[in-house]
Every structure is written in C-alpha cells, then in structure tokens.
Design a protein around this ligand. Structure first.
Ligand SMILES: Cc1cc2nc3c(=O)[nH]c(=O)nc-3n(C[C@H](O)[C@H](O)[C@H](O)COP(=O)(O)OP(=O)(O)OC[C@H]3O[C@@H](n4cnc5c(N)ncnc54)[C@H](O)[C@@H]3O)c2cc1C
Length: 470
C-alpha cells in the first residue's frame, strides 16, 4: 500500500514528488511511467533519419520528464501562457507558483538568462504593428533550456527522486483505476506492451498526470468511471517554417512572439505557439500510429530556419463531446495522404489551389528541416474552417513579420494538441472521485512545461497539508 501513486513521470508528476520531498514529506510514493529512464531515452531517428515508430512507445513523448525531455525547453514565465490554470486558481496565485517553480529549475541547472524583457522600445514597435494587424501580442518572458539542457536538468531531478526513495517503475503502464463507491483506491498496472500480468496496486491518493500521450486514455477512463468533465476544446493547426532572416527581429527581441487573433468570418481563437528560432521541425507518434508535427531547437546547434505552430481552437457544443476523436480523425486523414508521414505544402501553393511537389521544395530559400515530410496537399484533409482561419492569420502575421506570408513559406500538418479532455476539479484539484487527482496536459488545464510543473507543485502542497493534518 502506497500513500501516493503518480501515473506519468512528466513535469506535472515529477514536480509533485519533488515538492513533497522539499516539504519534508515521508509519504511512500510510486511513479508508474510508460517510457524509459532519462539515460535510456534516445530517438533512433538521429541514426535512421526516418521515424521508425518505436514500440511500445515513442522516445520523444514518453519516459522520465515526459514530453519535456526532447522539448525545446522553453519555460514560459507568464501565467498568461501555457494553460488555463489561472481560470481555476486565479492569476496571482498561478504567477506566484510559476515564480517559485522557476527557482527549482534554476536550482537544477537552468540558464539564468531570461529572453524577451530587455528591448522595450522594439517590443513597443512590434506591439504597434500587431495592433494594426488586429492581433494581440502577449508579454511572456522565456527561460530557454534548449533540448540539451532540458536533458541535464531532468536527469538531476530523476537522480534526486531515486536517491530520496521515490519508487519509479519504468516501462509500466496504468491500464485502469480502481474506483469503488466513488473513491479511488489505486490503479491497475501492466507492462508497457500491455501483455503481461495485471497488478492491482493500492494507495491513499492517486494522481494521473499522463500528458498529451495519455489524454485519450484518460478521456476514456472519465467516460467509463463517470469522472466529471467540462466541455472541451481542441487545437488543430500547422507548423510553419520560414528562413531565420524573416523572423530575425522577433527572434532577437522576444525569442517567442505570442500572437493571438480572431480572424473573420469564424472569429475562432487562432494563435502562434512554440516558436523555435534556428530550430528543427520534428515528428512525434501517438497511439494508433498517428504522426503529428512539432518543433524544437537546440541551445548550440542551429538550423537556417525558424518554426512556429499556428493553432486554431474549436469549441464543440451538444450533442458532440468527443473533441479528441475529432482531432485524431483529421490527423489520420492527413497522415493517409502522406502515406503515414507528415505532409508539407507551400503557402503560395495553398493560395493557388495546387499541391506542392518535392522538386519544388528544392528551389526555395527555405528547405524543410523535417527531411522525411511528404510534399502534398494539406487542403484536401484540413477542415475548411481551420484552413480559412490559418490562411487569414498568416496574412495578418505578415504585417508584423514581413515575409511570413511568402509563397515559399512551409506549412506542415497535422499539428494537434490533445488537452481537450478537461477534467472537472475544484481549487484543491479534487475531481468528482475522492482520492483521485488529475494534473498537467492530460487534465486539460495545462499545455506547457512551466504550467504543468507549477500544477505539480500546487498538488504537492495540497497533499502535504493533508499529510500534516494526519
Ligand atoms: C517536441 C515537443 C516540444 C515541446 N516544446 C515545449 C516548449 O518548448 N515549451 C513548453 O512549455 N512546452 C513544450 N512542449 C509541451 C510540454 O512538453 C508539455 O506541455 C509538458 O511536458 C506536459 O507535462 P505533463 O507532465 O502534463 O505531461 P507529459 O510531459 O506528456 O508526461 C506524461 C507522461 O505520462 C506517461 N504516461 C501516459 N500515459 C500513461 C499510462 N497509461 N501509464 C503510465 N504512464 C503514462 C507518458 O509516458 C509521459 O511520460 C513540447 C512538447 C513536445 C512533444
């Protein structure tokens, strides 16, 4: 019997354990993680140059530190970015949590330098252009770890947790929750391939922090166990790639330009997300071999391109309540057109109503950094509303970043964020089932490294308060 079982060793899960230890907690903690330990996380694509669809799970998205390990390691230091936690806890509380969590990252070796705060006049000018284009520029200081530093920071945290007696079972998946009389008693664990013996493990409290990779699994659990949810949204879009020269000013001044717009006629929220100056477009694989596009950058090794996601939020109302499935179907259609890979198309070809051919990509200034992306036609698979939103938004961003809407600008798809299953909880993070807590991206309340880590810290403080009360 454990005091606490944490499902998922991503930032949300590991910061829960870390903060409990910091407070002097004596709880017996078990973390069950689908992927492998830090030192064993290697993406074979570095050697094969091609995604080999690793089984039982992708090395990029699973393993200690979850999707954080191979992420760009951009820690957004503003509560306006990275999720909806301020809606639950209030802006002031979340900002204080972020400031505190940042000190832990620094303690474990993060770069003290913060991007996006010094060049005030230039920021003012960028904001003026954004206003003229009908866009909002969000202020967000960034601490950039880069993929290499993210590895070393999370490796140190892993070592500390192990040295402090936290039990971490790698290559172990949680297949179900044990819920009786609306109380969560523990979890059912199995090997990561899902074919070993099932073990029932009991605990006073269970925290599910399964990330985007576990979002559809958690959605299913909510459905079968009646765990209450709020209406979800889904973000579908593309990853855009341009030459560094085009983005030079915003890269230098802001590192990441967080722009938000509501283009006509649909007026859905469309935003930039996860900008990677000198970065690389990457592929990640999810259940059912769904291939999604993402991006990251290294601290030292730089490409000639900058990539950034453009995401369009869709809100569904009754009777439809399966936003994750909706997004998966869109993604699968795009994968099908690219023979299971990522599709890439030039912006100018989209406007001209033609597909892109591989040889046309060779002629451009901008060469795809995702080498095995397949040139084709995104418009044959992207929903009309999403495509129109993206085209209009790119045209608006061009007024802030001239050259962004060039014919040769590359659009990769599908880029989808699976945090749409929003678990209902109160300000103590209590779900509708006693003893069950849900954190991070799979809970639907966060969508970034810093906010998911901060949610873990907050969770730990609540559990520590409970422990002290006996
Ligand atoms: C390529 C890439 C780049 C990114 N770049 C940035 C960035 O620069 N800045 C930023 O703020 N965010 C970035 N993100 C997003 C960020 O990584 C996530 O928001 C963050 O990791 C979420 O933390 P989490 O703990 O909620 O979930 P995750 O980090 O996804 O961790 C969840 C863990 O749960 C495990 N798990 C899932 N299901 C089960 C199960 N059934 N049983 C056992 N274990 C399970 C998974 O293996 C995983 O390790 C990036 C993501 C990717 C993929």
């Amino acid at each position: 019997m454990y005091d606490l079982i944490i499902i998922g060793a991503g930032p949300a899960g590991i910061f829960t354990a870390l903060e409990l230890l910091k407070n002097g907690s004596r709880q017996r903690i078990l973390i069950a993680e689908l992927g492998v330990s830090m030192e064993n996380r290697h993406c074979p694509k570095d050697k094969t140059q091609k995604c080999v669809n690793c089984k039982p799970s992708c090395y990029i998205t699973t393993g200690f530190s979850g999707a954080g390990a191979f992420s760009d390691g951009k820690l957004s230091l503003s509560c306006e970015v990275g999720g909806d936690l301020p809606r639950l806890l209030g802006e002031e509380k979340v900002q204080a949590l972020i400031d505190y969590t940042d000190t832990i990252y620094l303690e474990y070796g993060a770069d003290p330098h913060v991007e996006g705060i010094t060049e005030k006049e230039k920021i003012k000018n960028i904001r003026l252009n954004a206003i003229r284009a009908g866009l909002k520029l969000v202020d967000c200081p960034i601490r950039h770890l880069g993929t290499e530093m993210a590895h070393s920071v999370y490796s140190r945290i892993q070592q500390h947790l192990l040295d402090s007696g936290v039990e971490i079972r790698f290559r172990t998946q949680c297949s179900d929750l044990i819920i009786e009389d609306n109380v969560c008693r523990g979890v059912v664990l199995q090997d990561a391939f899902g074919n070993g013996e099932k073990e029932r493990v009991f605990a006073k409290n269970t925290v599910v922090a399964a990330g985007r990779v576990g979002a559809s699994w958690l959605e299913e659990l909510c459905r079968t166990h009646g765990i209450e949810r709020l209406p979800g949204t889904v973000d579908v879009g593309v990853r855009v790639e341009v030459r560094n020269e085009v983005m030079e000013e915003v890269n230098q001044v802001l590192y990441e330009s967080k722009l938000i717009g509501y283009p006509k006629p649909f007026e859905n929220k469309v935003r930039t997300f996860c900008q990677n100056p000198g970065g690389y477009v990457s592929q990640e694989n999810y259940d059912d071999a769904l291939a999604l596009v993402n991006g990251h950058s290294f601290k030292e090794k730089k490409s000639e391109n900058t990539n950034v996601a453009i995401l369009c939020s869709h809100h569904f109302r009754v009777p439809f309540d399966q936003p994750i499935l909706y997004a998966q179907k869109v993604g699968q259609l795009m994968n099908m057109l690219a023979n299971g890979s990522i599709l890439v198309q030039r912006y100018g070809d989209i406007l001209s109503g033609k597909r892109t051919w591989a040889e046309e990509l060779e002629r451009s200034n901008v060469r795809p950094t995702l080498k095995d992306a397949v040139a084709g036609d995104l418009t044959s698979a992207m929903p009309y509303r999403t495509m129109v939103n993206i085209i209009s938004f790119i045209a608006a961003v061009d007024k802030v970043v001239p050259g962004f809407a060039s014919d040769e600008t590359l659009l990769y798809g599908p880029e989808i964020k699976f945090y749409s299953n929003c678990v209902k909880m109160d300000e103590n993070l209590k779900t509708s089932v006693d003893g069950l807590y849900c954190l991070g991206d799979s809970s639907g309340w966060t969508r970034g490294l810093m906010m998911s880590s901060a949610m873990g810290v907050y969770m730990a403080r609540k559990l520590w308060a409970e422990e002290q009360q006996g």
